[in-house]
Ligand binder design. Structure first.
Ligand SMILES: CNc1nc2cc(C(N)=O)ccc2[nH]1
Ligand SMILES: [Zn+2]
Length: 372
């Protein structure tokens, strides 16, 4: 079954859209934040807990599963859904980004990328064909094209050569897939921070009439204002009737700004990663529960939050668990941060529905402390 988006409403003052993403493993309301489950698990969460938190789609990483336990084992298990007991939707990244940021990079050729595993230093090779075949073995619902996430900053020359190779690699990914499976392949627009190169990449990628498009090459160290500027001119280059996915984003403010600019899907490791080191997201900004200020604070992280953690545990107890390196601390903080984000996204969807997204942004940014 093809992956497609049903646009329910276009905001009248911004580029935001309210939609439903139809996938072989369920229909997901958009805009949506996808929790990251890099190694076939959203760290410390059971699939049932993820469902209770409101998650309908998660991201998993080809690079990590290719290295361990290997895609053949997961195929043998009946695919990633069966292997990890998750019956919601799964989007898999292609491994391109990790190869450039995790593996000990050896060399990029037209054929693909040779690298050393970050696990044991052994030589590995990923190509558009291999990355696509791995994702098919995993049985993911949304397959990301094998691309080069152009580093930041990049010269125009490098960015141009890089985006053109990404387009050639995308065509090779497409050729690897059967006609049916092509309905799961999302292309990724590159072009770094150059408007004309983004235009070239978007034109080349959208020519292939894919089921969805990602904006890549962002959240790679550039200032947030620059990311927003690139989105301002790049998103309108993408077809309105297809899902738009902003990779690696983000923080609450970036989620709202991305939605305002027409993005439907987001993923980011930050909320679950900072949870495990004791930082909670709240509507009033970040709360570092491991700080001394929480030691005698017997109130919840956020009294307005409906999550299991805020209903049953105090900041003092969470601080104790985190400082004592207790596993329950990792779990309770993750539950809160994921629930915070699914609540944020449903508040954003309600604001779009009721034509009050700009006002919602103002209120959120003021409370969150972004507008002094
Ligand atoms: C955390 N930032 C981030 N930027 C990304 C860009 C890509 C990409 N393929 O351009 C993939 C994952 C990414 N994660
Ligand atoms: Zn909570």
């Amino acid at each position: 079954m093809a992956v497609r988006i049903e646009i329910l409403k276009e905001d009248n003052r911004t580029r935001a859209r309210l939609g439903k993403l139809h996938t072989p493993h369920g229909v997901i309301e958009t805009p949506v934040f996808m929790p990251v489950g890099t190694q076939a698990t959203v760290k410390t969460m059971t699939p049932e807990e993820l469902k209770d938190l409101g998650a309908g789609i998660i991201l998993s990483n080809t690079y990590h599963l290719f290295l361990r336990p290997g895609h053949e084992l997961i195929r043998e298990a009946g695919g990633l859904h069966a292997f990890m007991h998750w019956d919601g939707a799964i989007l898999t990244d292609s491994g391109g980004f990790q190869v450039f940021s995790l593996g000990d990079l050896r060399k990029i050729t037209e054929e693909g990328v040779e690298f050393r595993s970050h696990l044991d230093g052994s030589k590995k090779f990923l190509s558009p064909e291999i990355a696509t075949q791995v994702q098919m073995a995993l049985g993911s619902d949304i397959v990301m094209a094998f691309d080069e996430c152009t580093p930041y900053p990049a010269t125009r020359e490098y960015a141009k050569a890089s985006l053109e190779r990404t387009t050639r690699w995308l065509k090779r990914c497409q050729e690897t897939l059967t006609t049916t499976d092509r309905q799961a392949l999302f292309g990724i627009v590159q072009g770094s921070m150059y408007e004309d190169l983004r235009k070239q990449s978007a034109a080349e990628i959208t020519e292939l009439d894919l089921p969805g498009y990602a904006v890549g090459g962002l959240s790679v160290g550039e200032p947030k204002e620059l990311m927003y500027e690139v989105l301002d001119y790049t998103v309108p280059m993408l077809p309105k009737d297809k899902p738009r996915y902003l990779m690696g984003v983000g923080s609450p403010d970036a989620l709202i700004e991305g939605v305002m600019r027409g993005i439907d899907m987001f993923d980011c490791v930050l909320p679950t990663r900072i949870a495990r080191n004791g930082t909670a997201l709240t509507r009033y900004g970040k709360l570092v529960v491991r700080n001394a200020e929480s030691a005698h604070d017997f109130s919840p992280i956020d009294p307005t939050c409906d999550c299991y953690t805020c209903k049953n545990y105090s900041r003092a107890y969470l601080r104790h668990l985190i400082k004592a390196d207790e596993i329950l601390g990792l779990r309770l903080m993750t539950i809160h941060n994921l629930r915070f984000l699914t609540n944020l996204m449903s508040e954003i969807r309600a604001a779009i529905k009721e034509n009050r997204l700009p006002e919602y942004r103002e209120k959120f940014f003021y409370e969150y402390g972004y507008l002094k």
